[in-house]
Design a protein around this ligand. Structure first.
Ligand code: THU
Length: 130
């Protein structure tokens, strides 16, 4: 894992807006431009309007001109593995390859690395539309 990702995810997690779940998440992407883009979860009193840390990080990457996810780290503050939700797996897939590493971290550090294809097998993508 790129050494910058852990600290970027940790810093983003510290800014999570999670007053309803108290589940704080940070995500950090190493993009094709060699820059790191981070984001946190942003909850809302109208619950379905909140979004995940991975979504925030993807938005930051795309806004700055990044095109591909080389690696992504996701950090939650719980005991378990904070694996991306289904919607975020699909959003990651838009900018990643089947073998793109997804690093699941906690405040203690790296806990497990998956490849995208393990988390989103037989996925729907742009090839279906060409
Ligand atoms: N959450 C994320 O930000 N990323 C994940 O990978 C899993 C869940 C957020 C969404 C919500 O704000 C809170 O965690 C509890 O579901």
């Amino acid at each position: 894992m790129d050494s910058r990702l852990l600290e970027a995810a940790r810093r983003a997690m510290a800014h999570a807006h999670a007053p309803y779940s108290s589940y704080h998440v940070g995500a950090a992407i190493l993009a094709d431009d060699n820059a790191v883009y981070a984001g946190c979860n942003v909850e809302n009193a109208a619950f379905p309007e909140g979004w995940c840390a991975e979504t925030s990080a993807i938005g930051a990457m795309v806004t700055a001109g990044g095109k591909k996810i080389r690696e992504i780290a996701v950090m939650g503050d719980g005991e378990d593995l904070t694996t991306p939700c289904g919607g975020c797996r699909q959003r990651i897939a838009e900018f990643a390859a089947p073998d793109t590493p997804i690093h699941i971290c906690g405040p203690d550090g790296l806990r497990h690395t998956f490849k995208l294809a393990e988390l989103l097998p037989a996925s729907f993508g742009k090839d279906h539309l060409s």
